[in-house]
Design a protein around this ligand. Structure first.
Ligand code: PEP
Ligand code: MN
Length: 270
């Protein structure tokens, strides 16, 4: 792959470790979990407490939602960021949230720990340049029609602006298959490992869109060598304002976390 001057794996740069509080992304196995969207203070804080109790490491939640329809819930904006800040205070969990617009990057950074670039914005180059100038780590999701080379070039945009802290996140790609929401491409995990030093996470929630598939695909992602997972969890999925069919209950998340630990300990013995 050409021109991956900063992103490519090399003898001198084999692994990027990103510090968020005392979490070492790329070294520790990290689970980012929480609702698709921040809907209210009580929904977010109850979910955050459940994520923490089950052993999740970071809280996710969208305050700005990229929705297919302009009439669908777009997120709470600033109010949502303030709720995330409060959830962090109550749980100690660092927070990850999506930024949609380059004009919002600098002020959003005052409320959160990790900026997320969503699949729909993977090649929004002005947004990539702006997060590249920020001092926050960036969770860069794979675009739904993107090759590994295109994805890594987007990471290169961020690194070339001076921000070395990029976490890649596979979230499924569009194929002819319609049974699942997307096709989760787990072969990308070892592919990323042999081409770049950046950490790679897997999001089986958007990657499958199906409750029954989230646990098996999480375990498969761990076995494939993922550095972490991104999982949607909601205190009451039936009432969720977005992605209600793919959000785990706290009980399901707790059971998934126990199995993830088992797979990790099996792997450690290999
Ligand atoms: C999300 O994680 O909230 C999201 C919108 O995901 P994606 O960009 O992968 O669709
Ligand atoms: Mn979602």
């Amino acid at each position: 792959m050409k021109n991956l001057k900063l992103t490519a794996l090399s003898e001198t740069h084999r692994r990027t470790v990103i510090l968020v509080g005392d979490i070492r992304i790329g070294e520790d196995f990290v689970v980012i979990a929480g609702p698709c969207a921040v809907e209210s203070e009580s929904q977010t804080i109850k979910t955050a407490l459940a994520v923490k109790a089950a052993g999740g490491n970071m809280l996710r939640g969208g305050a700005f939602k990229p929705r297919t329809s302009p009439y669908a819930f777009q997120g709470l904006g600033l109010k949502g960021l303030k709720i995330l800040e409060k959830a962090k205070k109550e749980t100690g969990l660092p927070v990850v949230t999506e930024v949609l617009d380059s004009r919002d990057v600098s002020w959003i950074c005052e409320y959160i720990d990790v900026l997320q670039i969503g699949a729909r914005n993977m090649q929004n180059f002005s947004l990539l340049k702006e997060v590249g100038k920020s001092n926050k780590p960036v969770l860069l999701k794979r675009g739904m029609y993107s090759t590994l080379e295109e994805w890594l070039n987007c990471a290169e945009y961020i690194l070339s602006e001076g921000n070395p802290n990029v976490i890649l996140c596979e979230r499924g790609i569009r194929t002819f298959e319609t049974y699942t929401r997307n096709t989760l491409d787990l072969s990308i995990v070892p592919s990323v490992k042999e081409t770049t030093h950046l950490p790679i996470f897997v999001d089986p929630s958007h990657g499958t869109g199906k409750l029954s598939l989230i646990e098996p695909m999480s375990l498969a992602a761990v076995a494939a060598g993922a550095d972490g997972l991104v999982i949607e969890v909601h205190i009451n999925p039936a009432e969720a304002m977005s992605d209600k069919d793919q959000q785990l209950t706290p009980e399901m998340f707790q059971s998934l976390m126990a199995k993830v630990e088992k797979v990790r300990s099996c792997l450690a013995e290999l």
